[in-house]
Design a protein around this ligand. Structure first.
Ligand code: SAM
Length: 318
């Protein structure tokens, strides 16, 4: 697929042009979602015509910022349905409400500091974890053109996609300060910026269509999400049948070990210092019982990760 088609037509299927059906079901008060659903199901609509700007043949810019997308979608919806303007203008913040529900706003300086520390302090960890990541990412090669990365952070994984010029990556993260680092990582990895989008979003409610991606990637993120089961369910929803979930996660040490005791003691402090990261989650078990058709899960211990060990890494298939 060429870049032009990614950034225009096909990208619209990959971008948040409708909201997750689970979100529409669970949050019926978010009127704009219902409107989007209604626009999408309008039998008189041409394919994708709902995402054209009014009076224009131009598809709505495939901006992956849910907010801007909603503003434009709201204006299209408003032109078709007799809603009062006040409804339309309130609605664009609906997804921001969702983000805040699962990732309550932190002080600006805290988000910036966390992003900057993550960007500079993970070099030796990344060097050590590279042998495991290489294994996991090699399974994606050739099988994943559309990749969604959950909690992309500063983008340390972008270099693993850069060799494949057809790969299109969407990275979601609730910390908007990560975006500039992720863009820099993409650039220095040689991943064309037209093949990469950052969305301010959470894993618990992913603003993408059902079955719209070939692979979901998550590294060191299920420790930080608010609701791990909901996030795994959303990952499965956006994966196409047979799609792959590639993961590298740190998990709780074995019960009864000294390491587990240390983790229990440090867990509250870790959550404060590392933006909600939990040391004692049994993430491997959560992945294994999330309903994937197969899960290949390995464990490793990394010397650069100290008490943030052991790790599980592998591939699950929808
Ligand atoms: C430890 S960092 C890991 C970042 C990156 N994946 C890596 O491997 O370096 C955890 C990331 O998860 C993000 N995060 C926290 N809560 C999240 C949520 N509910 N949904 C998606 N990402 C979340 C954080 O903003 C942060 O960027």
């Amino acid at each position: 697929m060429n870049l032009a088609s990614f950034s225009a037509g096909s990208c619209l299927n990959f971008t948040p042009n409708i909201w997750p059906s689970s979100f529409i079901r669970k949050e019926p008060n978010y009127k704009i979602c219902c409107l989007l659903k209604r626009v999408n199901s309008d039998p008189t609509s041409e394919p994708n015509s709902q995402f054209r700007a009014p009076n224009s043949l131009e598809p709505i810019e495939p901006c992956l910022c849910g907010r801007r997308h909603l503003i434009r979608a709201a204006s299209v919806a408003a032109s078709r349905f007799p809603i009062r303007p006040s409804n339309a203008t309130n609605s664009p913040s609906d997804y921001e409400v969702v983000v805040e529900k699962f990732h309550p706003p932190r002080a600006d300086w805290y988000e910036e500091l966390y992003a900057s520390v993550l960007n500079s302090a993970m070099k030796s960890y990344e060097a050590e974890v590279a042998r495991y990541k290489s294994q996991v990412f090699s399974d994606l090669r050739g099988n994943a053109q559309k990749v969604l990365e959950i909690g992309i952070g500063t983008g340390p994984n972008l270099k693993y996609y850069a060799n494949d010029s057809d790969t299109q990556v969407i990275g979601i993260d609730p910390n908007a300060k990560m975006e500039k680092y992720a863009l820099k990582s993409a650039e220095s990895a040689g991943l064309p910026l037209s093949n990469f989008k950052f969305i301010h979003a959470v894993g618990e409610v992913i603003p993408l269509q059902d079955a719209s991606v070939d692979a979901v990637v998550g590294t060191l993120v299920l420790c930080s999400v608010k609701d791990i089961e909901m996030t795994l369910k959303e990952m499965k929803r956006v994966l196409r049948p047979g799609g792959l979930y590639a993961f590298v996660e740190h998990v709780a040490a074995k019960d009864g070990t000294l390491l587990r005791f240390v983790q229990r003691v440090l867990d509250p402090l870790q959550q404060i210092l590392s933006d909600g990261c939990h040391l004692c989650r049994q993430t491997g078990k959560s992945i294994s019982s999330a309903g994937f058709s197969s899960v290949e899960l390995n464990t490793a211990s990394l010397s650069t990760a100290a008490f943030v060990n052991p790790h599980v890494y592998g591939i699950a298939r929808k």
